[in-house]
Design a protein around this ligand. Structure first.
Ligand code: GLV
Length: 308
């Protein structure tokens, strides 16, 4: 029984150690030391290039090493091969940290103080209570709902928008395109944690920005193509939006000449909001693999037609 890891190299050793210790019956291989590819039944990978998948005739399950699967070529994977996305505590905790940090930094005007310090200006701003701010999260899946849960401990007003209605204690829920406008009208900070699909591509655009309260801030931790870059620049320059915190861009890496690099109100990080942590992900993946071996249903299988 062979399992092949073909993802982020620096974290490969931690995955291999876990499997050696907890699943000695499984032949855990790390790319490019893949041995005979005919024997590979399980694949842990970020992408599924067609010419590579074609070399794995006995592949049974594709485990995505990331939470998002938008970059996976579904058509390269035979229909009988389930695609499992990464849902694990490490990736959730990382996202909760990043979004909480972003929301608190915006709420407490940290970016304004960075600018004030550069001007050597001692300029105290009002400190409004968290209860005077509304934070909206687009996408109430495993990441979005964990973010909302944590933000609730600070006392913010919370809103969530999802494709289909998700009820959550302490969160005002909105669903589908019909309720997008009423959702947006109240959001002082908008967080995008949507999966990237044809329906969500370009959703962060001029029209959406025009529905937010003037001076709202955007945090994009979804995918670069959710955002229409020119529309964001226009919204920032007109003052419609106050700031944007972007962890994802299109393309990645962001080319050196892109205006986001020098825009004073864009804060940029290089797709580091959250990463799969082998220590917490390996036990979850192994548990799922064991379920498959016993003929039980796998968790976190994506719906190919929905795209996530
Ligand atoms: C990272 O962006 C992931 O999808 O895990």
């Amino acid at each position: 029984m062979s399992i092949l890891y073909r993802s982020d190299a620096p974290r490969a050793a931690a995955w291999a150690r876990y499997f050696a210790e907890h699943a000695p019956d499984l032949d855990f291989r790390v790319w490019p030391d893949a041995g005979n590819l005919d024997e590979v039944e399980y694949l842990i990978a970020w992408q599924a290039p067609a010419e590579f998948i074609a070399k794995l005739p006995r592949l049974k399950v594709f485990f995505s090493s990331g939470a998002g699967v938008d970059h996976v070529d579904f058509s390269a994977l035979p229909k009988h091969v389930p695609i499992v996305r990464m849902v694990e505590p490490g990736i959730i905790d990382g996202m909760v940290e990043y979004v909480t940090l972003s929301v608190l930094a915006l709420h407490r005007d940290f970016f304004d103080y960075v600018e004030a310090k550069a001007r050597r200006t001692w300029d105290p701003l009002e400190v409004p209570p968290a209860s005077s701010r509304t934070i909206g999260v687009m996408g109430m899946g495993s990441l979005g709902s964990a973010v909302l849960q944590r933000l609730s401990s600070y006392g913010f007003n919370l809103r969530g928008w999802n494709r289909s209605l998700r009820e959550m204690d302490g969160v005002e829920s909105f669903a589908g395109p019909d309720q997008l406008q009423s959702f947006l009208e109240g959001c002082d900070v908008l967080i995008c944690l949507l999966p990237l699909t044809p329906a969500t591509k370009g959703i962060l655009n001029r029209e959406l920005f025009s529905l937010l309260p003037a001076g709202a801030a955007l945090v994009n931790v979804g995918r670069g193509p959710h955002l229409v870059d020119e529309d964001l620049l226009e919204a920032l320059d007109s003052g419609r939006l106050s700031r944007a915190i972007l962890d994802v861009t299109e393309p990645e890496p962001l080319p050196a000449e892109h205006p986001f690099w020098v825009h004073p109100r864009v804060f940029l990080t290089p797709h580091v909001a959250s990463m799969t942590q082998p220590e917490s992900a390996a036990p979850i993946l192994l548990g799922n693999l064991r379920r498959h071996q016993r003929g039980e249903p796998l968790s976190n299988v994506i719906d190919r037609s929905r795209g996530y």
